[in-house]
Every structure is written in structure tokens, then in C-alpha cells.
Design a protein around this ligand. Structure first.
Ligand code: SF4
Length: 428
């Protein structure tokens, strides 16, 4: 058995400055059943609120692959970043690779491989079709490009006045803070950019972006994304948020991140204290499947919510991962319990090599029909298609309006029953 140190990688040079204290340790008593279970039990989740527990799948994984790693190391997000799994031979230690996965490494990858040890612990070692595994382990399918696919399907490059700054809507701007993520999603819309080391969080680049925002009074909402902004150090985030807050017309700052799902150890009391200084601060999280909703993820979201940060989730609709009503319902119910509002359900963008992830639009509509009226309204996300070539997000809705007969509006409810509403203000 190799020690954890042996899986360090050269890409650790991207680690942010190491000035945060590590979060608290986990009780060995939390090491319970090694069985891989789907959808964590509520009792496990409520126990996790004690701050000292981890899920049983992760405990078993640690015993097998990282027996010499202390709780303190495992729960230190820097340790997780340093020990990411980035090479095929490392992957083979943890997973029995399928032929399609092995074939992926015969090509030179455009999107790098990177998975935190924590997220790796949630992958099924023997099932290449497990949803979480499909979302982060490359297969040969990502090298087949369909005619409708593009590297930049949303036309972000053509709407970027500066490198890493997308200005599509008049009152909002998207600032790509860096191009680094601790775990790369194989369906990433920005796979043309992430992990390439071309968008760096250098002070000079960020200062130029801040200057652009300062000189554009119509911008009232700044979305920080990437890459994952929460891979920056607390100090760098503090600096960036403070600089943006100095601009009088910036009303809202939002951060897009997948960290609570792939590296919940990053959410520390110190980080939350930084965020609390810059309200109104909103956060868009990226959860894909109920198996990501572990006790650790619950704890991370709870800390952010307790810090007064409104949380929403942006979920990409993915074939074979979450494209059925039961899975999506389980996910949105978890999110609601984590105090995360299911915000968007995205039709998967036609990025190069995404055919195996994309579903039909009818599949998405069927999921919305299966949620609307069948669960709390707050739990139903907006299903949107991000229009090609920079058209922006366009909502796609099942047809609940049948039409007019005279001044009567004919509506269809969630049980497919028709009702008539007299629209007295309607002139016929
Ligand atoms: S976390 Fe976001 S930016 Fe990073 S790879 Fe996944 S989808 Fe792309």
C-alpha cells in the first residue's frame, strides 16, 4: 500500500497560498460500514451536523487507500488539492478501468484529468456507468465530435472585452477568476479553457477587469467563476471581493463553484468569515447527482447558509447521470434540505465531444413535468437552454397553456387535467 504522499502530482504548483488553518478533525468513531450505498440516509446526515463525522463510503475508502493519512490531513483542503488524482496510472489504483476509459488515454486530452481524493472516494471502483464516475473519468467518447458541436458554443470569446471577462448582458459581467478546478467535469462548458493555465489569477489581469467594471456603470452584478474561484486562498478572495465592493454601482457579487460537492473541506469558518464581510454575496453551487449530497456536503452548505449566503444550484442535465425524474427529484429534495435552492437545470451545451452526455429537450421537459406539482415549487429548477453563439439563457417550459376560447384561457395542470380560467381583462 503506497502512502498518500506517493500520489502527489506536479500540478500541485497551482495550489493557492497556504495560509488558512486546517478545519477540525473527524472522529474515528465515524468509521462504520464499508458498503457503498446510494443516497445517504437522513440519520447519517443529521449526525454529520455534529461536524465530526464523515460518510461511511469515504471512511472505507480511506482505510483502503490512505490508511496513514490523519484526519487532520484528510480534512485539510490543501492536502486534498496536493493529492489530486491527475494521471492514468493513479486512476488505475482506485478504479478497474473499462476499455472505453482506457482508450481515452490513447488520445491527447484537451480537458485535463483531476479528481480530489474525497470525490474519488465516492466513485464506484467496479462500475464505469456509475453517475459520479461518468461525470469525472474520461472515456473515448469525448474524442468524437459531432457537426453541431463547438469548443465555444456560447460564443463567450466574442463577448469578452478582456481575457477572462465575458460581458453578455448589459447589467451583468462574468469574471473568470482563474482556469483551475480541483476536479474537472467531463462535460464542462469551458473545457476549451479550464486547466490550461492560460487564465491566471494574477493581480494585473484582475486589476484590468476591475477597472473595466469600474468604468462601466451599467454593471450592477458581478459573477465570479472560472475554473473554481474557491480554489483561491482566503487572502486572495478577500482582496478581490474588497476591490469589487469599492465600486459603488456593483450591487451584487455572485460566486459560481462546485467546491461543496468535490472538496467540501474547503468551506471553513475562516472562509465564511471572509464572505460575510461582502454581502450581498450570492453563491451558485454545482450539484449533479444525489450521491454528491454527502454529510460533508451538507456540512459545507450549512456553513455557507449560516453565513447568510443565499445558495442556488445549477445542474446540467446529463444522459445516464441524472436524466430521469426519480434521480432529479432525489437531488432537488437533498438540495432543499441543504438550504440550496435548485436554480437552473441546464440543457447540456453542445461542446466538442459531448454527444454521450446530451439528452433530448423532450427528456428535460419530461423531468420538469415530473417535478412541477409533484414536489414543492421551490424545488423545481428553471429548465434553460443557453442559446448558441451568445443568445443567453432561454427558459424551456412544458406547455401548461392550451389556448384561448373566447376570453376563457384553457390551462392544463400537473395531472394533465384541463381547467378554464375566465380572463376578464382579455378583449375578444
Ligand atoms: S467545476 Fe465548473 S468550471 Fe470546473 S470543470 Fe466542472 S463545470 Fe467546468
Amino acid at each position: 500500500m503506497r502512502s498518500a504522499k506517493n500520489v502527489s502530482t506536479p500540478s500541485a504548483r497551482l495550489i493557492p497560498e497556504n495560509e488558512e488553518e486546517p478545519p477540525g478533525s473527524i472522529s474515528p468513531a465515524a468509521r462504520t460500514s464499508p458498503a457503498k450505498v446510494l443516497f445517504f440516509e437522513p440519520s447519517i446526515i443529521s449526525r454529520a451536523k455534529s461536524f465530526k463525522k464523515q460518510n461511511s463510503i469515504t471512511s472505507a475508502f480511506r482505510r483502503k487507500f490512505f490508511p496513514m493519512v490523519s484526519d487532520k490531513q484528510w480534512n485539510d483542503w490543501h492536502w486534498q488539492v496536493i493529492n489530486r488524482i491527475c494521471r492514468p496510472d493513479q486512476l488505475g489504483r482506485f478504479l478497474n478501468l473499462s476499455q472505453a476509459e482506457q482508450n481515452a488515454f490513447k488520445h491527447s486530452r484537451k480537458l485535463p484529468l483531476s479528481i480530489t481524493p474525497y470525490y474519488m472516494s465516492l466513485l464506484n471502483s467496479n462500475d464505469p456507468d456509475q453517475p459520479l464516475r461518468r461525470s469525472v473519468v474520461p472515456t473515448e467518447h469525448e474524442f468524437s465530435k459531432m457537426p453541431e458541436e463547438e469548443d465555444d458554443p456560447l460564443g463567450e470569446e466574442s463577448q469578452s472585452p478582456l481575457p477572462g471577462l465575458v460581458h453578455r448582458y448589459p447589467d451583468r459581467v462574468l469574471l473568470l477568476v482563474l482556469d483551475f478546478c480541483t476536479t474537472y467535469c467531463r462535460y464542462c462548458t469551458r473545457s476549451r479553457l479550464v486547466g490550461k493555465g492560460a487564465i491566471l489569477p494574477s493581480q494585473s489581469r484582475l486589476e484590468r477587469a476591475i477597472e473595466y467594471i469600474r468604468n462601466t456603470p451599467s454593471i450592477r452584478d458581478v459573477l465570479l467563476s472560472g475554473g473554481d474561484p474557491l480554489t483561491l486562498s482566503d487572502r486572495k478572495l478577500d482582496w478581490l471581493l474588497a476591490r469589487l465592493r469599492e465600486i459603488p454601482h456593483v450591487e451584487i457579487i455572485r460566486i459560481g463553484t462546485k467546491i461543496p460537492a468535490v472538496l467540501p473541506q474547503r468551506i471553513t469558518p475562516q472562509l465564511v468569515r471572509v464572505f460575510k464581510k461582502y454581502h450581498p454575496l450570492w453563491m451558485s453551487l454545482h450539484f449533479t447527482h444525489p450521491e454528491e449530497c454527502t454529510p460533508e456536503a451538507y456540512r459545507a452548505c450549512g456553513m455557507l447558509a449560516d453565513g447568510g449566503i443565499p445558495l442556488g444550484s445549477q445542474t446540467v442535465l446529463l444522459n445516464g447521470i441524472n436524466n430521469n425524474v426519480d434521480t432529479m427529484k432525489a437531488l432537488v429534495h437533498h438540495l432543499m434540505k441543504m438550504r440550496v435552492r435548485p436554480y437552473y437545470l441546464y440543457q447540456c451545451d453542445p461542446i466538442s465531444g459531448s454527444r454521450h452526455f446530451r439528452t433530448s429537450v423532450e427528456n428535460g421537459l419530461e423531468i420538469i413535468r415530473g417535478l412541477r406539482g409533484h414536489t414543492s415549487g421551490y424545488a423545481v429548477p428553471n429548465y434553460v437552454i443557453d442559446a448558441p453563439k451568445g443568445g443567453g439563457k432561454i427558459p424551456v417550459m412544458p406547455d401548461y397553456v392550451v389556448g384561448y376560447q373566447g376570453n376563457e384561457l384553457i390551462l392544463r395542470n400537473y395531472e394533465n387535467k384541463e381547467f378554464r380560467y375566465t380572463d376578464s381583462a382579455c378583449r375578444v
